[in-house]
Design a protein around this ligand. Structure first.
Ligand SMILES: Cc1ncc(COP(=O)(O)O)c(C=O)c1O
Length: 556
């Protein structure tokens, strides 16, 4: 960008930005930013240097502020969060992160010897806040559905009984929209007779969903929370990021200091504060009203359910918590992730049906996913969760895709190597034709497995034949060249231990049996059922008999 541009050129640059924003807005469905608002009535206030410096509840020497509007917004949130009348204090922040920072800052001032407990699924900014505040912390395991694992929490609290706990609970995790079990956490406090404690709730998105639905889980002041943070630009929507923090007033007064320079109390994290954002929030609250938000949230949840249904129809493992508009599904190809600005973490992606997300956008995303399927996705190693959420993953994917040229027995080489290294194969699928073979492998220790496979490749074990680890895009293309294996298949039951598959494939190879496909179709605690396809079924039966491997009756 050059400086000292002429007016025309400045205008052209701005036009370019606007075109970019219009185009990108159409496919922005991965992040929780409501893009559907109209604040034209407030544009005139952009002509003033509004600044809400100081405590919103106290008049300041700087009069160009919107403290009065800020207080009305806070009042609205006090009601939503069931704050006891007159007992909470708060202010409008720059976003959810600042609210979490403030809540944990208060906690540290009140419990300087405290330890913070937060789950694996917590927003990345909390780790940074803890470093800023120099707070000791323990990360607690998350359950597969995204909630905090309370057994792990209990165990850690028990082991650290001499330090008071500061819990940073998620009321809607970033990736899965999961709400931590606040009642369960309170029960642990009681069981372990913990007298000094602090409970902060990070309610970034769900703090504007749960107040408007029936059967919401426990999440707010009525359930013993000491402070909470909600983003304003998420569900309400605002052109400027913003949020709300509320905390017990008694706790806040312990840290407040009077500042003569501003004629106010220094109770907020920053000095100068945004005075326009409170206006946006105030305007949205006044124009929607409580009933407007009820309708809006209902629409978001219905569209989320629509997205779950359509994605599942398209073969994705899509699911959501009943109280959340975050829809989790198999990570699609990178090109789809980028074009729809999907938030991804390891094997999963999500979309969030914010008020601006339409069923038409969901349909277009689904059509794109269908047009570019990720191979192996219908062979997912992830089981439906015990909580009954549709198709929920229970462990992170560790998929490796290998392509070998003609004559390479990928399955045997890789299964044997994994067995020798003690790496468990969680799932695998292979198919081979005369031109080559494809192996999609899911293992527990992906990095170690890749190292071993690279070692196999580098050993030049395959002579002129070629083997490569490839990304999903090229695997899809390659898979299109692979025909379906023949239907001469057998179901076999193997002991579930590393090496069991390797020793079977070795015996098959020694007996000259050509396995055209093999795939895990069921995994129990102690055994695995494999479907093997081979033109040499008679020989396979002999190998299985002599190895005392159980052959199951054919399906159907
Ligand atoms: C659970 C959670 N906490 C905190 C944040 C950070 O909020 P903000 O971006 O408003 O600072 C997010 C953002 O997505 C979030 O999902």
């Amino acid at each position: 960008m050059t400086f000292d541009q002429g007016l025309d050129s400045i205008q052209a640059t701005l036009n370019e930005l606007e075109e970019h924003l219009i185009a990108e807005k159409d496919k922005a469905i991965g992040y929780p930013c409501n893009a559907s608002f109209n604040y034209e009535a407030l544009y005139r206030f952009l002509a003033y240097p509004i600044n809400n410096i100081g405590d919103p509840y106290i008049p300041s020497n700087y009069h160009l502020n919107t403290h009065h509007f800020e207080l009305e917004v806070l009042k609205f949130f006090e009601e939503l969060t069931q704050a006891p009348a007159g007992e909470t204090w708060g202010y409008i922040t720059n976003g959810g992160t600042e609210g979490n920072h403030y809540g944990l800052f208060l906690a540290r001032e009140i419990l300087p010897d405290g330890i913070v407990y937060y789950s694996q699924e917590t927003h990345y900014s909390v780790g940074k806040i803890l470093r800023c505040l120099n707070l000791p912390s323990i990360m607690i395991r998350s359950n597969p559905n995204g909630t905090m694992d309370l057994n792990d929490l209990r165990e850690n609290l028990r082991l650290n009984r001499t330090s008071p706990p500061i819990i940073c609970a998620n009321i809607g995790t970033t990736m899965k929209g999961a709400v931590d079990d606040i009642n369960g956490i309170n029960d642990i406090f009681q069981d372990l007779a913990i007298p000094r404690k602090y409970l902060h709730a990070d309610c970034a998105l769900s703090g504007m969903i749960l107040p408007f639905i029936n059967d919401a889980p426990a999440w707010n002041f009525a359930h013993g929370v000491d402070s909470l943070s909600i983003s304003g630009h998420k569900m309400i929507g605002s052109p400027i990021p913003c949020g709300v923090v509320l905390a017990k007033k008694d706790n806040m007064t312990r840290i407040a200091e009077n500042v003569e320079y501003i004629g106010s109390r220094d109770t907020t994290l920053t000095g100068s504060r945004n005075g326009i954002a409170p206006l946006f929030l105030w305007y949205a609250i006044k124009t929607h009203g409580h009933s407007g938000f009820v309708q809006l949230i209902q629409q978001c949840l219905e569209r989320a359910e629509y997205a779950v249904r359509e994605l599942n129809k398209a073969g994705q493992h899509a699911w959501r918590h009943p109280y959340s508009n975050t829809v989790v599904f198999d990570r699609p190809l990178q090109s789809v992730v980028e074009s729809w600005q999907l938030a991804t973490h390891g094997p999963i992606s999500h979309l969030i049906t914010m008020p601006n997300v339409s069923t038409d956008q969901v349909d277009r995303l689904v059509a794109e996913i269908k047009a570019k399927p990720v191979i192996g996705s219908n062979q997912s190693p992830y089981r439906p969760s015990p909580t009954g959420l549709t198709g929920e993953r229970t462990q992170p994917s560790q998929e490796i895709i290998l392509i070998g040229s003609s004559g390479v027995d990928l399955l045997d080489a890789v299964a044997t190597a994994m067995g020798n290294a003690g790496i468990s194969i969680i799932d695998m699928k292979t198919s081979s034709i005369d031109e080559g073979c494809l192996l999609i492998l899911t293992v527990e220790e992906r990095d170690k497995a890749i190292e071993i496979i690279n070692h196999l490749i580098n050993e030049n074990k395959y002579g002129s034949a070629h083997v490569e680890i490839c990304d999903q895009d090229s695997a899809v293309i390659s898979q299109m060249n692979f025909s379906q294996a023949g239907n001469n298949s057998a179901l076999v039951k193997l002991e579930d231990h590393a090496g069991a598959l390797g020793s079977l494939t070795r015996r098959c190879q020694e007996a000259g049996i050509k396995l055209s496909s093999a795939r895990i179709i069921w995994r129990g605690d102690e055994s695995t059922v494999l479907e093997l396809t081979t033109p040499n079924s008679g020989e396979l039966k002999q190998v299985l008999d002599s190895s005392q491997i159980l052959m199951l009756p054919a399906q159907g």
